[in-house]
Design a protein. Structure first.
Length: 88
């Protein structure tokens, strides 16, 4: 989150690596899913994105991976299943 915040504050472009940052995002999704326990299907776009699923049924969310991280970190308001934050 600090890299995201700093690049936005400096009006710079965030350099994202799909392997490195993708692993971080996957770990965040796993931890987030374990805290709320609700079923979901999550499709995250962008270099660090991917498809994630927990349980059956549940809400389907399709969004940018960086914006997903910002919502988890409470930089943006989330609704539906994204109401569950994961303070970073």
């Amino acid at each position: 989150m600090h890299r995201i915040d700093l690049t936005r504050a400096a009006n710079k472009t965030l350099d994202v690596d799909s392997d490195h940052d993708g692993r971080i995002v996957a770990d965040l999704v796993a931890e987030w899913a374990s805290t709320h326990g609700e079923p979901f299907t999550l499709t995250l776009s962008g270099a660090p994105g991917g498809q994630f699923r927990a349980g059956t049924g549940g809400e389907h969310v399709d969004m940018d991976a960086i914006e997903f991280c910002r919502i988890l970190a409470e930089r943006r308001q989330g609704s539906g299943i994204l109401r569950h934050s994961l303070p970073l």
